[in-house]
Design a protein around this ligand. Sequence first.
Ligand SMILES: [Zn+2]
Length: 232
Amino acid sequence: MRSPNLFTGPCPICGQSDFENMDVLWPKLVTAWQLDSDEEAYINRQQGFHCRSCMNNLRSMSLAAAILYSQDYIGTLEAFSQQKSTLSLLEINRAGQLTATLSQLGAHKLIEFPEFDMMKLDVESESYDIVIHSDTLEHIADPNVALSECHRVTANNGICIFTVPIVVDRLSQQCSISNPSYHGQRDIEASDQLVHTEFGADVWKYALQAGFRSCEVFCLEYPAALSLICRK
Ligand SMILES: [Zn+2]
């Protein structure tokens, strides 16, 4: 059941309200993922609805809004990043188009695959107030190990905030090797775009299994724009 309350802005990153829809799923992926028409529509909106000003899509807007919500901040991510000179944030793989904005924070570090393996992070323990990643976890062979690493590098009382594509009416499942599914771009079956886990309604379990004290589902728009806020 989709929410009648579609997100209409303003954009949590830049504050503008000039949006555009673009369908991004392709038939082979829809078939491999076994999405029905409603699920296809909301995943398309999650990945394709975007701000024409800062070019962030609904998924990134959800992550940005979750960061602001977790810090009790009223305003845009741009203003937040310019003001928070002491906050440290680790970005694991580029979170959509958020990197330039987040780099204005006092201590922002971007680490990327393949230099950094999310299951064995070369990062000091308890070193970041906020750890974020966006649509990365589904590509990791063992998401439990990856989230345990996120937990390890998050400061005590810090938070890890992330997005994954969630099909809300089913449970998470490991993808079969015999029927591989690739996100990313149509007709490009890059190994780092191979999907290992299709996440569903029990996505919260992964965060708690990794050691986080709580896992809150932040909703910018249901069910197209959900983020997980995990507290250490
Ligand atoms: Zn924007």
